[in-house]
Each structure stands twice: as structure tokens, then as C-alpha cells.
Design a protein around this ligand. Structure first.
Ligand code: ATP
Ligand code: MG
Length: 339
């Protein structure tokens, strides 16, 4: 059974459609990363999953319970680090964690043990007696993570868990999430790509309220494996060359600059087919073009058009570029929308 099932999720804030038909599933023990630029709808989706906010439409089930019909059952199973954790500044770290544990229904004989465990896991021992309001931002963020863990929930929803942390703390939180893997089902959000690469098994890329790609890290990399950028410099104006290149099989973009003497060609790979929500992975192999072959054809074309080749340089496209391609510019909904 899937631990989290989100279907047809829609959320409008007045005229703003923050989430438009989001749908995905998360298996027990899986770590899934929500990746997307500012305003994509990540936090909104997370708030709805945790039952902190009602959607405009659609449904969410956690461990088989509907978030809106059985909110108590769902909240019991979820630890949530919100984007802006509520401040209980007047409490000490330890008393706050005890308070949250009780609130989450941890039985009184287990409260102390659970509080100790979450303090230990988030390395808060040195500040346990201090008032939360006097802690630095990074330590407060750790308190936020500790309160999400304190009831030992099956599901963790962590909205930007590393935001505000220094590099050493970022590394620690990443290690902590690695450690929590398997015991817990985790959804975390970030707009930092290396973060999902290091922590998650699967990425869901959200842009403008929609899922624009959903795949394993490996799958996304594989999808791009055949893709290259080829930069060409010629000594004779390349207008004819540009047209010839555009018509080549495997070429999905030609950008001419420098009066047509420099051309940037995208070839191979499947970036253009990645823009479909949900089943983005199914049809992708059909569209795969071998980039070696594409580069060969490009080189032949340059020679045949007698454009006076001066330079031909090839670069691989990395995950960073996929992300940028999927999340910038036009609504990348139509197949080939990134051409
Ligand atoms: N309470 C609100 N009232 C009105 N609009 C809102 C509200 N909360 C969010 N929005 C809008 O909904 C959209 C999605 O916001 P959301 O916070 O879900 O994005 P996000 O992906 O978490 O972004 P970030 O990376 O900046 O945290 C944005 O356009 C935002 O301005
Ligand atoms: Mg957010």
C-alpha cells in the first residue's frame, strides 16, 4: 500500500491558483524530494498533506486515512516541519519538545525517552535548557526538526529542512535524513538541486502549481544521458547551416548568435519529452535519440554546407540544466515545450 496518495489536488488563494491538479504517490519508507522554484506550490501542497490547510479540490490519503475525514488519525502519523515554524519563544527546548510529544499523543511513559531521542538526533543537547527565543536561527530550525521527530511518526513532511543552516549543519541534517530513511516515509522540499540529489530517491519537480517531472534521480540522469549541447563556430555566415541543422534528426534546438557565425545546438536526450505531468517516464524511451549519432550528423552537415568550420565543442547536459529547462520560461506543458 502506498503511504501517501495525493490525487487531483487543487488550491486557489482567491484568484491565485497555487496548485493545479497535483497527483502522486509515495511508498512506505521512500524519501521523495519536492523541487521547484519560489512560488511553485511546494509549501501549499505540504500544508494540505499534513491537514494544516484545506484544498480547493482533490484528496489526500495518508496510511489509508483521508486527511479530511480522519484528520486525527493522519496527524498522529505525521511529523511536520513547516516553512515558518510557530514560535514558542518563552519555552525551553526541552519543555517545548515535551509539550509537542504530549500534544501528539505520545503516552506519558514514553515522553521522556522520545524527547531524549529527538534531542540526540538533532544534536540539541547543549541548548536543551535554553529559551527558544534566544537561539540562533539554525538552532531554531533544528528545534523544528526535533519537534517533527518527537512522536516518532511514520511520515515526515519537511518543508525546506536545511534552510537557514550553516554548511556544517546542512551536512548534519542531510546525514540525519539519511539515517531516518527506511524507518520513515519522508517528503522534503527544497529549491536546491544538490540537496535532492544527496537525500532523495525520487524527485518530483513542481513548477507553477503542476508536476513537470517525476522520476528517480537515476532516471532523470539517464533521461539526460544522451543529451548534448554542441557549440559551432563558422567562418561563413551560417543562415543556410542553421536551417540545415534544424532539419536534422535528433536536433531539438538551434540558437544562432554573433551574426550567425556562432551556433548553439541541442541534440539527443529527451529533455523535450520530460514536460508531461505524472507518467513522464513511460514514453520517454521512444523519443530517445543517440547523441553520438546526432553529433556526427551535425559535423557532416557543417562540412556539406561548406560553412567553414572553425570550432565544434560538445558539452553534456547535467541535472541542473534539466531543472532549469523544466522550470523556466513558458508553461512547459506541451510536449516539446522546451524546444
Ligand atoms: N496564504 C496565501 N495567500 C495568498 N497567496 C498565497 C498564500 N500562500 C501562498 N500563496 C501563493 O501561492 C503560490 C505558491 O506558494 P507556495 O508557498 O506553495 O510556494 P513554494 O513552492 O513553497 O515557494 P518557496 O520556494 O518560495 O517556499 C505563490 O504564488 C504564493 O504567492
Ligand atoms: Mg515554500
Amino acid at each position: 500500500m502506498d503511504m501517501i496518495e495525493v490525487s487531483g489536488l487543487v488550491k486557489s488563494y482567491g484568484p491565485i491558483e497555487a496548485v493545479k491538479d497535483i497527483q502522486f504517490r509515495v511508498k512506505k519508507g521512500e524519501v521523495v524530494g519536492f523541487l521547484g522554484p519560489n512560488g511553485a506550490g511546494k509549501s501549499t501542497t505540504m500544508k494540505i498533506i499534513t491537514g494544516s490547510m484545506a484544498p480547493t479540490g482533490g484528496s489526500v490519503r495518508v496510511a489509508g486515512y483521508d486527511v479530511f475525514e480522519d484528520p486525527v488519525e493522519v496527524k498522529k502519523r505525521i511529523g511536520y516541519l513547516p516553512e515558518n515554524p510557530p514560535v514558542y519563544g518563552e519555552m525551553t527546548v526541552e519543555s517545548y519538545l515535551r509539550f509537542v510529544a504530549k500534544l501528539k499523543g505520545v503516552s506519558s511513559d514514553r515522553v521522556s525517552k522520545q524527547v531524549e531521542k529527538s534531542i540526540e538526533k538533532t544534536d540539541l543537547g547543549s541548548v536543551r535548557k535554553r529559551l527558544i527565543q534566544n537561539l540562533s536561527k539554525g538552532f531554531r530550525q533544528r528545534v523544528g526538526i526535533a519537534q517533527a521527530l518527537v512522536s516518532d511518526p511514520e511520515v515526515l513532511i519537511l518543508d525546506e529542512p536545511t534552510s537557514g543552516l550553516d554548511p556544517r549543519q546542512v551536512a548534519e541534517v542531510r546525514a540525519l535524513i539519511q539515517e531516518l530513511k527506511g524507518e520513515h516515509t519522508i517528503i522534503l522540499s527544497t529549491h536546491i538541486l544538490p540537496e535532492v540529489q544527496s537525500m532523495c530517491e525520487r524527485i518530483i519537480i513542481i513548477n507553477r502549481g503542476r508536476i513537470v517531472a517525476e522520476d528517480s534521480i537515476q532516471g532523470l540522469s539517464n533521461r539526460m544521458a544522451g543529451s548534448t549541447q554542441v557549440k559551432i563556430k563558422v567562418s561563413r555566415s551560417g543562415a543556410a547551416l542553421e536551417a540545415a541543422l534544424k532539419s536534422l534528426k535528433g536536433v531539438h534546438g538551434v540558437v544562432a548568435s554573433d551574426g550567425g557565425y556562432t551556433l548553439q545546438v541541442s541534440a539527443g536526450g529527451q529533455v523535450g519529452s520530460a514536460g508531461q505531468a505524472g507518467g513522464a517516464t513511460q514514453d520517454s524511451s521512444a523519443r530517445f535519440e543517440n547523441s553520438d549519432l546526432a553529433v556526427e550528423l551535425i559535423a557532416e552537415t557543417v562540412v556539406q554546407t561548406k560553412s567553414g568550420l572553425l570550432e565544434l565543442k560538445r558539452d553534456a547536459v547535467d541535472l541542473e540544466e534539466i531543472f532549469l529547462k523544466l522550470t523556466t520560461g513558458e508553461e512547459s506543458q506541451s510536449p516539446g515545450g522546451v524546444r
